[in-house]
Design a protein around this ligand. Structure first.
Ligand SMILES: C[S@@+](CC[C@H](N)C(=O)[O-])C[C@H]1O[C@@H](n2cnc3c(N)ncnc32)[C@H](O)[C@@H]1O
Length: 302
């Protein structure tokens, strides 16, 4: 059974009310959409870029035919994909879903042998295309920028050497190579983690998607609307934190000779200065929650 991460905190901050309408920007296995619909007699408009989410969305639609609607697509396109309403809240739960990570055929996990794929949309450039065809320097850059992998150059060199013998086709081929370069780091941490994160973020353009999705939320939320974002690693959280600080007037102006953004022009009010993190009981029962961070802000008057 899929376990949605920080669902209690999502409900507290989103605060669903009867007759209001919320966007679940990352439907996944539908855990948040279902919890919001159960909490109040409200409506949920959900989207997901993974074609496999559609079937799960249809199952939820059968329970809530009048209050739930699903749109396949990317959240960077929300303003054109979704009905032009003033929404009361938007929630993003970033990264991959349990069904994606648990299905070896999707190629997201270094724990299961599967094709080296990682494409959420099941089309376009795959992780295998990157490691088999990109120049060594570009592979190193991707591992450094999207994985903060300190051994990025050594791994890229080894990948390019290895592919001269045979191209990479499986997750385990790549994971084993990376492990042999990086070596043991600490108990419970797989040294292939950063490389797999980097390829996944790159192949799915996840960081630019996040920037565009956050910008879209500015237009879609009504005054008083809640923006809730759950992220899973520092690259994502940094983007959310900087966006919210900038839009709430909390970030110092880039030049001290220019005036600061007046509070009256601020678009969001921060709900918490520090991100919320999962409670002890959740950490014990759901290891996926370990690195989760929740940030929330309220839309000011338009
Ligand atoms: C962590 S899961 C969400 C889990 C969900 N909250 C639940 O309770 O089941 C993230 C989902 O977001 C989707 N996703 C990631 N980036 C997206 C994007 N740019 N646009 C739309 N969906 C995206 C993924 O396909 C995945 O299904």
């Amino acid at each position: 059974m899929h376990n949605p991460v920080m669902v209690r905190e999502v409900l507290d901050t989103l605060s669903p009310q009867a007759r209001e309408t919320y966007i679940d920007a990352t439907f996944g296995a539908g855990g948040y959409s279902r919890a919001i619909l159960e909490k109040a007699k409200c409506s949920v408009v959900a989207l997901d870029r993974d074609p496999e989410a559609l079937e799960r969305a249809e199952a939820l639609k059968a329970h809530y035919p009048d209050r739930f609607t699903f749109f396949p697509g990317r959240f960077s396109d929300m303003t054109t994909l979704l009905p032009p309403l003033d929404y009361d809240g938007i929630v993003f739960d970033l990264g991959v879903s349990s069904p994606q990570i648990d299905d070896a055929e999707r190629g997201f996990s270094f724990r299961h042998e599967g094709p080296l794929d990682m494409r959420m949309e099941k089309q376009g450039l795959s992780a295998a295309d990157v490691v088999n065809t990109f120049e060594e320097k570009e592979i190193a850059r991707i591992l450094w920028v999207y994985g903060e992998e300190r051994r990025s150059r050594a791994i890229a060199r080894a990948i390019v050497e290895k592919r001269k013998e045979a191209l990479f086709t499986t997750t385990t081929q790549l994971a084993d190579l990376v492990r042999s370069i990086v070596g043991f780091e600490r108990v419970g941490f797989d040294p292939a983690t950063r490389t797999f994160q980097a390829l996944r973020l790159y192949v799915n353009e996840e960081l630019s998607e996040l920037e565009e999705g956050l910008k879209a939320s500015e237009d879609l939320l009504k005054e008083g609307g809640r923006l809730v974002v759950v992220s899973f690693h520092s690259l994502e959280d940094r983007i959310v934190k900087t966006f919210l600080k900038e839009k709430s007037g909390a970030l110092p102006h880039p030049s001290r000779y220019l005036p600061e953004l007046p509070q009256a022009q601020a678009i969001f009010v921060l709900k918490n200065k520090k991100p919320l993190t999962p409670q002890e009981d959740e950490l014990r029962s759901n290891p996926r929650a370990r690195s989760a961070r929740l940030r929330c802000a309220i839309r000011r008057a338009k």
